[in-house]
Ligand binder design. Sequence first.
Ligand SMILES: CC(C)(COP(=O)(O)OP(=O)(O)OC[C@H]1O[C@@H](n2cnc3c(N)ncnc32)[C@H](O)[C@@H]1OP(=O)(O)O)[C@@H](O)C(=O)NCCC(=O)NCCS
Length: 175
Amino acid sequence: MRAVCLPDGFRLERLSRLHRRSGFTSGEPAVDSWLRTKALQNQEKHLSVTTVLLDDAHEIAGSYTLATGQVDFGDLPIEFIRRLPRRMLPVAVLAWLGVSQNRHGSGLGRRLLAQALRDCFEAGRTFPFVAVILDCINDKAKAFYRRWDFRDLPGHPYRLFLSTKALEAMMTDAE
Ligand SMILES: CC(C)(COP(=O)(O)OP(=O)(O)OC[C@H]1O[C@@H](n2cnc3c(N)ncnc32)[C@H](O)[C@@H]1OP(=O)(O)O)[C@@H](O)C(=O)NCCC(=O)NCCS
């Protein structure tokens, strides 16, 4: 599987205290507040891991957060659950994703999403899950994610999922 190609001068790092979080503005207050005030605390409690995209001035140009979760068997589409046990099922959760507002439209969101899915794929080799789930913050975010293979989760208008099978196909195609 190929690495996600970042534009020159950009790099990915795991969020730490060294990163200047307070100035990050994606244009979506909930996303900004998460990164500024909660992402590091949650990471220190082993609840999630946030990856930041840094520019050559060491400013945060974007970020995404991954976590683990569970979904109820009954919440998944019928065609998807045929061979799965009737219980809570493990999922990877793409909890947050944002790009600095002054860099929207330059392909960074797409790259961050690709990297987040690649991280999920790699983690899935040792910690299995049946799907990647994400909660969209609004219709605009949903439109962004729907451009990839994410599907609606019945009964949850702002929750999308990508089956592990689809994730594997996506990653294999990218090889
Ligand atoms: C959503 C977001 C991450 C997109 O980042 P971005 O860097 O502007 O996106 P990209 O430049 O990589 O765009 C990738 C593609 O998606 C499209 N796209 C971007 N935002 C879109 C939207 N809201 N709806 C539909 N398509 C969108 C782009 O046109 C582009 O298409 P193309 O490849 O055909 O040119 C960014 O707008 C953002 O940070 N928004 C605020 C935070 C947020 O809503 N996060 C998501 C929920 S947690």
